[in-house]
Design a protein around this ligand. Structure first.
Ligand SMILES: *[C@@H]1O[C@H](CO)[C@@H](O)[C@H](O)[C@H]1NC(C)=O
Ligand SMILES: *[C@@H]1O[C@H](CO)[C@@H](O)[C@H](O)[C@H]1NC(C)=O
Ligand SMILES: *[C@@H]1O[C@H](CO)[C@@H](O)[C@H](O)[C@H]1NC(C)=O
Length: 191
């Protein structure tokens, strides 16, 4: 009985010391780690291919203009207009094809001389191994160029430490209502 008691006291003492060590550690501002300690093993290159479906008219627009400058409607490049999007990303070009994620964020007409956008958005994936992971895009988008290239500046989930680039090509543009389907090829390095 006394032995058990002593053992118990020992355990308590060990826990006490250990919790203080943990506390000391949590107050450390910075330390060096090996990538393996966070389970980052080998970097890989993934190619993602999908279509972005943007609806600007009707009852359920996926892109809404939220701001503009007092001079925007006098600008032939819509300079200053800012749009927030939540566009479905689909595996095929048909709007009814399977949704693999959404492009959520914003773009702004950022050029005085041409139709060029600042893109700042996330691809938020919902499919398979990518479900719950995201890629962050920051780039310049000259909308009338055949292929536009934007930077992948980071990511979350399976895309932690991501970097890469996204190539965008307009697949379909409805001149009468402005709805757009854009084909994306994204090349991304991640672990
Ligand atoms: C531009 O927008 C302003 C303010 O929204 C409006 O008063 C003006 O009539 C517009 N001009 C044109 C040419 O549409
Ligand atoms: C994605 O994850 C969410 C939340 O964990 C889950 O509800 C959903 O069923 C998953 N979707 C697929 C296609 O795995
Ligand atoms: C283009 O937009 C018009 C007007 O909303 C619509 O009637 C037409 O069906 C659209 N075309 C296609 C191919 O989606």
């Amino acid at each position: 009985m006394a032995q058990t008691h002593a053992k118990f006291k020992n355990v308590i003492f060990t826990l006490f010391i250990f919790s203080h060590l943990l506390e000391a550690q949590s107050q450390e501002f910075s330390r060096n780690l090996s990538p393996k300690s966070l389970a980052f093993k080998k970097q890989k290159l993934s190619h993602l291919h999908f279509y972005l479906q943007e609806t600007v008219t009707g009852d359920h627009p996926t892109a809404v203009r939220v701001a503009e400058a007092s001079t925007t409607n006098k600008s032939r490049t819509a300079f200053g207009a800012t749009v927030i999007i939540d566009d479905p990303l689909t595996v095929g070009p048909e709007p009814t094809s399977k949704i693999v994620g959404r492009a959520q964020g914003m773009y702004a007409f950022a050029s005085l001389s041409e139709s060029r956008l600042l893109m700042a958005l996330n691809y938020v994936f919902v499919e398979g191994e990518y479900n719950g992971s995201s890629l962050s895009i920051l780039g310049t988008n000259g909308v009338f160029s055949h292929v536009r290239e934007m930077s992948v500046v980071g990511g979350s989930g399976v895309f932690r430490f991501a970097r890469g680039y996204a190539l965008a090509k307009t697949y379909f543009f409805n001149l009468s209502n402005g709805d757009t389907i854009v084909e994306y090829n994204v090349y991304v390095l991640h672990y």
